[in-house]
Design a protein around this ligand. Sequence first.
Ligand code: MN
Length: 734
Amino acid sequence: MENKNLIENKEIVNKYRQLLRVSKWSREKGDITVIRKAFEKAVDAHSQMRRKSGEPYIYHPIAVARIAAEEIGLGTTSIVCALLHDVVEDTDVTLDDIRQEFGEKEANIIDGLTKISGVYDTNSPQAENFRKMLLTMANDVRVILIKLCDRLHNMRTLEHMSDKGQLKIASETNFIYAPLAHRLGLYAIKTELEDLSLKYTQPTLYQNLKQKLNATKEQRSRYIRSFIKPIKVELEELGVKYEIKGRPKSIYSIYSKMVNKQLEFEDVYDLFAIRITLDSEPEDEKMDCWNVYSIITSIFKPNPERLRDWISIPKSNGYESLHTTVMGPKGQWVEVQIRSTRMDTIAEKGYAAHWKYKQNENSKETAENLDNWLNQIREIIENQESNALDFLDEFKMNLYAKEVFAFTPKGLLKKLPKGATSLDFAFDIHTEIGAKCLGAKVNGKLVPLSYEIQNGDQIEILTSAKQKPNKDWLSFVKTSKAKNKIKQSLKDDKRIVASIGKEALERKMKNAGFEYNTQNLNKLVQFFNLEDELELNFRIGSGTLDKEKIKLQKILIETKSKHKPGTRRQENSPSDIKSSKELIIGDASINFDYLLSNCCNPIPGDQVVGFITVGGEVKIHQTNCKNAQNLMSKYGYRIIKARWANQENIEETFEATLKISGIDSLGLVSKVTDIISKQLKVNMKSISFESLDGTFIGNLKVIVSDKAHLEQLMKELSSIDQYLKVSRAALELE
Ligand code: MN
């Protein structure tokens, strides 16, 4: 025991020294005293705690501080806060202690970090927690940066968590933290978070891709070397100091290409990319990048549609780089990224790196852009009217969106998410201008409110004092800001009508002997399948819901369960109630009602997860289902473990949908149906084919007993001919 402690103490000191080493460049004289103080405080506070892995707990805050310093380039205040990030949450140390010993700024950041953690113990919906997190971020962006470091370290050490915890944290990471890292310009961290998340949500697939990538590594490097060779010769002549690197694709990016475009590994693994980093003087960096661009495009033909110039107009997260895609040897497309060392640091380390370069004019501008972006977020959050879930969806959409830029009549540059309309532009200028917007003139021509902005448009907004936001606007605006402002205005109108409805309903309930309380109102809202109380009152107030026809007695008193517990049904076919032997949910001591969700149609053999619905049933999804991941990250506390029972006992059958595509040839359909019904004796529920110019796509609904059965069918089908592609169909999200 003594011995073990001694070894651990040595290791703690070791890790602390490494932290000091990597934070050297950002420290100023005297900073070391306060870092040491924070370190000692954290060691002391966590001295009795251990991580799930059995290691001393203090390893974690030190690692988080190290990521903050080394991978994001944050300074002393952040290092101090990272070291102390869990003490208020988990130990006797209070915020007041922190305030007295370290200062107001530090206490505020740690307060923010404490508010967003604790997500795992409470039953409050995660969406609400995210909102809180973003609110605190609005006060000090360091809160979110340290939170990202914390999450990254937890993801790196996730193997010690329980399966259920792994799934939840991994989905949450993919759902919100990776997009946040992306939006803050932390590309390296974003990629790692995505890869790690995939590793835990889809372990088999992840390992499989990793293996395949390793196997093709040598072949890919050889190609890159041959591609680079002629470029190097010319670059030497130019006389700029440069570095040139092949850029491996992340496992996650390969995975999402395969899923989104329905491609096989073989079709995506050889997408090549290289990056050229130039060591230029600040005043030459743009010119140097363009010089290198012209060298490369004179050796290899560029695809003119793939030129991306984020040097002249950086992304609003600060990203600067020049991208082009050229046709390399053997007819392969190769993406080339060209940027200066400064631009590269910013691309890797994001927001914080701007401060390192703040004397540089270019960086000053991007830092300002970034501040504008943070201001916008602040505005979205503060004007929040819609519920937390809507907010989160919208916010997330804005995180990933690509950008377009347009000018005001006076030449002011505005950046908006791709797909934004002239109405979004109006709201971006000012809420009042948005609310009174009649139409717009784009490059001198009159366009409707729903006009989709193109890069470089010059937009003049036309307004009228009589104009008012209406519901249709919501169907085409893209930005959260416009959406929120419109909703807010509609809600104000709606509230007036709803207050009339409320009075009427209250009277009716009172007369019938019912209390006007949340419980009863919820029943009514659920019965009529409405969004909320406001909607209920509004419908009554406006007369769309006839108050006289509401049968209070029936709705409020008769609430019986619809079917026996311990059964399953396929969604949309409630008649199909069967025994629950096939699936084990939770610790198997309780029989849950469950249904197999129809977004991913899980079948035995799939990795599955249960999700408790509002009605108390359990809905079974595949763990890789987009809907499920969305749900898990929003309501993690409703996740319940589920696995298929011993497969031999299963006599049930399951529905699965297959997508097949290929080249149309005579007799193909009969070959397909032959294999299904005769050779494999699979029941086919429906089949549809559509042919187009010699190719076809088809949808097959089949009844199988489990995954192995389905996979055998898929294999047989794909052997019909070499161009035939068979994949399992999944419903798109919403
Ligand atoms: Mn932590």
